[in-house]
Design a protein around this ligand. Structure first.
Ligand SMILES: Cc1cc2nc3c(=O)[nH]c(=O)nc-3n(C[C@H](O)[C@H](O)[C@H](O)COP(=O)(O)OP(=O)(O)OC[C@H]3O[C@@H](n4cnc5c(N)ncnc54)[C@H](O)[C@@H]3O)c2cc1C
Length: 415
């Protein structure tokens, strides 16, 4: 006999959120279908830097970043860029962002990112032990490096992490070079999170978790969803170009694309995207043992199966603008600053971080349609937060009690 509280669920989106949510629901025995126009793990959940980073509580909504923005924008060799044609469309996002960048909001975000990040590795370990992760996951920690030029910002981050009880080990330049001897010593110091780990192939992991979802009885429908609605008290509708499907509940997990469907539901949610890029240096992954992130440059490198993946920058420019060659050149230049032995790169890739202006995700029921559950807006941390989001959302659907305070993740904060 089944004891679940929901008869059927449609999950829209087969990125890491959708797959982990589908998997947790299927494990509870709840009939679930994931919809995606692409193969699982094809968008941001493919091209990210692969960090499982539970320590990363301090986000970009902070006073010191706001005061640095004009300087960063004026420099063509900086981690932040704009597509000017998109800025008028981003005004609501920018308005909320400025409002959310006080010291108080920064600490609110840090506290509630910490609440879920702190559970993120255990949630992954539970599902990773059900798949073969050989050559997919490497547990060697993650290093951040910096110069002494921006020590005020670094000290702020260190202080907040200390306040929240997050384990961090500061390193001198020499200690970093002992761990990563190939690095060019253009930095002054850094920090290692030795309990963090990284993916050598984020898409490969998503694919294996998706296969596990199918093994537990989940279904996949490869179609674009054009509309969702709650048409009765306990019935929702998923519309694709060819058919309509009824479920008791729907989960919306389309990452940066979720706004297209929330707009149609009549909810004003200021979701936008921070565009990020990657390139690969094939057969160069042996140059680093673990991910290294250069904070002054807003970029990092991760040893992966496809090669050494150089990833980074934040570009505000929406979902439709073309790839920026200048951003790619910037990443290439940064990579060669740290590893001058690198040659030509391959695979220019542009991805879309789904970002709310206060840098907290939205996890919880829609305000107007209680049977539609939102799970998007995980910005720079969506890879890390996949497994825990799966647990939280499946718990909401199955009406389970939780000790977590989920109110900060509600879309009510924008209404
Ligand atoms: C450059 C870069 C580096 C990053 N590095 C890291 C990192 O190291 N660690 C970390 O934790 N996070 C990282 N992130 C963030 C992380 O990748 C994202 O937050 C995460 O992948 C978002 O997952 P998602 O499932 O919400 O969205 P996505 O992976 O984008 O998936 C959304 C899915 O929805 C589907 N979809 C969209 N619209 C529809 C529709 N109408 N109908 C059907 N399907 C639809 C898409 O096809 C897609 O498959 C990085 C992101 C970028 C861009």
């Amino acid at each position: 006999m089944t004891n679940y509280k929901c008869s059927s669920v449609g999950v829209i989106g087969a990125g890491i959120q959708g797959v982990c949510i589908g998997l947790q629901l299927a494990k509870k025995g709840i009939p679930v279908t994931i919809f995606d126009k692409k193969d699982p793990g094809s968008m941001s959940s493919y091209g990210n830097a692969g960090h499982f980073s539970p320590y990363a509580v301090v986000q970009l909504n902070r006073p010191d970043v706001i005061s640095d923005v004009p300087k960063m924008l004026l420099s063509s060799y900086g981690p932040l860029a704009l597509k000017w044609n998109y800025i008028p469309k981003m005004i609501p996002w920018i308005f909320h962002y400025l409002k959310s960048s006080t010291s108080k909001s920064m600490m609110h975000t840090a506290k509630y990112m910490h609440q879920i990040l702190d559970l993120s590795l255990n949630a992954y370990d539970e599902i990773l032990e059900e798949i073969d992760t050989t050559n997919l996951v490497e547990r060697k920690g993650i290093i951040y490096i910096w110069t002494n030029k921006n020590l005020k910002s670094r000290n702020l981050e260190i202080k907040i992490r200390n306040q929240l009880g997050i384990k961090q080990k500061l390193l001198s330049q020499k200690e970093i070079l002992d761990l990563e001897p190939n690095l060019n010593p253009v930095f002054d110091g850094g920090v290692i999170y030795d309990y963090a780990y990284h993916a050598r192939d984020p898409k490969g992991i998503t694919k294996k978790l998706f296969e596990l979802f199918i093994k537990y009885g989940g279904k996949f429908n490869k179609n674009e969803v054009i509309e969702i609605e709650q048409n009765k008290v306990n019935q929702t509708l998923v519309k694709t170009h060819s058919s309509n499907y009824n479920f008791e509940k729907i989960v919306l997990a389309c990452g940066a694309f979720s706004k297209k469907l929330t707009d149609k539901l009549g909810e004003k949610i200021p979701l936008d995207t921070e565009r990020g890029y990657h390139i690969h240096y094939k057969k160069m992954d042996h140059l680093l043992k673990r991910p290294v992130i250069f904070l002054d440059r807003g970029f990092g490198m991760t040893p992966m199966n496809q090669g050494l993946r150089a990833v980074g920058t934040v570009e505000l420019g929406g979902l439709d603008n073309p790839i920026s060659k200048k951003r790619i050149d910037y990443i290439d230049k940064c990579a060669k600053e740290l590893l001058p032995q690198l040659g030509d790169y391959q695979d220019e890739w542009l991805g879309f971080r789904p970002t709310l202006p206060d840098f907290l995700p939205i996890i919880g029921p829609s305000l107007k349609n209680k049977n539609i559950i939102y799970a998007f807006g995980h910005h720079h941390l969506g890879w890390t937060l996949g497994a825990i989001t799966g647990k939280i959302v499946s718990g909401i659907i199955n009406e389970e009690k939780t000790n977590l305070d989920l109110s900060p993740y509600s879309s009510a904060r924008f209404n």
